[in-house]
Write a protein that binds this ligand. Structure first.
Ligand code: F6P
Length: 533
């Protein structure tokens, strides 16, 4: 692999700074540097990757054993080596295929849980399951990280498909979150889902207690309006939730990969079991593509290779995810966990220091809002930020088609502007037409120069349906896998979140005045004292 790495470094040095726009001169680039699957197109022509660069990147992936590692993951090998676990979230969307883990076929139990989820969702949606005040009108999902970001993102994304109870999400341990969500809800017609893989996460358990107390003030037996989603059946029972409303899953489903199974219960309640099944079908179709398409036509592999090129070889430390789709406004937050908790690691699988940078910082906001906020820096700042645009061909509001057209025009215009830029000569001409001359003309023109030559990719799809959302999420999951496999790290653990949790537990008694600040650094001791005073 180091041979490919060195060749890519040399190649990047050789092509650095050349005009990406000039690469289009042969007239074939756009077609050659894009790939499609099932009505979705990924265009990476507006990057500085050329044929040789792509060949070298594909070779890098091949030498890194991406295909072998991918097959091992799908087969249930324990590729999460630091936790001794398989990585099988893909099984949740491919339940018709038998899969043996630790000598047991897991597909049957997955189908059983899925059938129970469907029944429960139907019961709630039709009013067979009621709260003390009758039919359930609202669902509150209490969870954090993977037990929140996925379903919260997807419930918002699929708003046009909602025909069930309204779904709300409480994640932050900040009591303001619970207070603001609960205000206006009727406890008698609210169903609460406590979603936690471990059922020990302090934020979730604290919020669960708060919401139970809120409900107990109005409902005689609050536990009857609680459901749970967890791998820890003993803990859900201890919390008092009856087993018929507990939906379990296995530890080989990572938190940030778990929205395909019971963690997606809130989504299923909102859109119904059939649309949820469509979401799974979309994910499964991306799995099939990932497993079979040659690397140079494989969307997850291509996304990963563009990411590796920008982060590792061009040295761009962040990437912006810019959905021109208001309903994907939580996608960047969802991807922050998916990508940064997965590939933000400083050691390789064997514990040795990673000889490369870890994955990039991922951030973003929906267009066009971002245009009026941070695009200034993207266009004229001194650092390059590779941008990933997402946009649908059609919206869901036929009477607002003119607005959708404007949205698409803005999306395409931004990637064009990043590519093309505006030269000093062009800026000078514009300002001269406004009547400026001499030194003032030059000064004003220089402020209006866009360097251009800034890379971006565009993922375009027909319409944001449950199937397409499934495709998009599985695409990003596999992209993370490929990037992690190339870097040789474990994308499926998250030890980096532990230290802060431990220290927070230790600081609680300090803030309560039950323990002193011995052993604390001066700054932490001072701040703790200030809060106590
Ligand atoms: O703090 C990190 C984390 O463990 C995530 O990986 C996970 O998604 C989140 O906390 C929530 O965990 P749980 O579902 O066990 O409550």
């Amino acid at each position: 692999m180091s041979q490919s790495w060195d060749a890519l470094k040399d190649h990047q040095a050789a092509v650095d700074g050349r005009s990406i726009l000039d690469l289009f001169a042969d007239g074939r680039r756009a077609e050659e540097f894009s790939a499609s699957v099932d009505g979705m197109i990924f265009d990476y022509a507006k990057t500085n990757i050329d044929r040789r660069g792509r060949a070298l990147l594909v070779e890098l992936a091949t030498r890194a054993g991406v295909a072998e590692k991918r097959d091992a993951m799908f087969a249930g090998a324990k590729i999460n080596e630091t936790e001794g676990r398989a990585v099988l979230h893909t099984a949740l969307r491919n339940m018709d295929t038998s899969l043996v883990v630790d000598g047991q076929d897991v597909a049957g139990p997955l189908r059983d849980t899925y059938a129970r989820m469907r029944r429960f969702a139907e019961d709630v949606r039709t009013g067979r399951f009621t709260g003390q005040g009758g039919k359930i009108t609202d669902v509150v999902n209490i969870g954090i990280g993977g037990s929140d970001l996925g379903p919260a993102m997807a419930v918002l994304a699929l708003a046009p498909f909602h025909d069930g109870p309204r779904c709300h999400f409480i994640s932050n341990v900040d009591g303001a979150h619970a207070a603001d969500i609960l205000r206006g809800l009727n406890p008698e017609t609210t169903l609460v889902i406590v979603a936690s893989k471990t059922f020990t996460t302090i934020e979730t358990m604290t919020n669960a207690e708060t919401v139970r107390a809120w409900m107990a003030r109005a409902v005689a037996e609050p536990a009857t309006q609680f459901a749970a989603v967890s791998t820890a059946a003993d803990k859900t029972a201890a919390f008092g939730i009856a087993s018929e409303r507990v939906f379990g899953f296995e530890d080989w489903v990572g938190g940030r990969y778990s929205m395909w199974g019971p963690i997606g219960l809130s989504l299923m309640l909102a859109v119904g079991p059939d649309d949820f099944a469509e979401f799974l079908r979309g994910g499964a179709s991306m799995d099939a593509h990932f497993r079979t398409a040659p690397f140079a036509e494989n969307l997850p592999v291509l996304l990963a290779l563009v990411g590796i090129w920008h982060n590792q070889f061009c040295g761009y430390a962040t990437r912006a995810v810019l959905p021109y789709d208001q309903r994907l406004s939580r996608l960047p937050a969802y991807l922050q966990q998916l990508e940064m908790e997965s590939n933000g690691k400083r050691v390789a699988m064997d514990g040795s220091d990673l000889p490369y940078h870890s994955g990039p910082v991922v951030w973003g906001e929906p267009g066009t809002n971002g245009q009026h906020a941070f695009y200034q820096l993207i266009h004229q700042g001194t650092r390059v930020v590779p941008c990933e645009f997402l946009v649908a061909k059609r919206g869901h509001e036929p009477d607002l088609a003119h607005q959708h057209l404007l949205l698409v025009a803005n999306c395409l215009a931004q990637s064009e502007a990043l590519l093309r830029g505006r030269s000093l000569a062009q800026a000078t001409e514009i300002m001269a037409k406004k009547g400026l001359t001499g030194a003032e003309l030059e000064r004003q023109a220089r402020h209006r120069v866009f360097p251009g030559n800034r890379p971006s990719t565009t993922l375009a799809y027909e319409q944001l349906t449950p199937f397409v959302l499934g495709q998009i999420i599985a695409l990003y999951e596999h992209r993370v896998f490929v990037e992690g496999a190339i870097l040789g790290l474990n994308s499926y653990d998250q030890w980096g979140v532990e230290l802060g949790k431990e220290l927070a537990l230790a600081l609680q008694p300090v803030l309560e005045g039950k323990a002193g600040t011995e052993g604390k650094d001066g700054s932490t001791a001072q701040l703790a004292a200030w809060f106590r005073s």
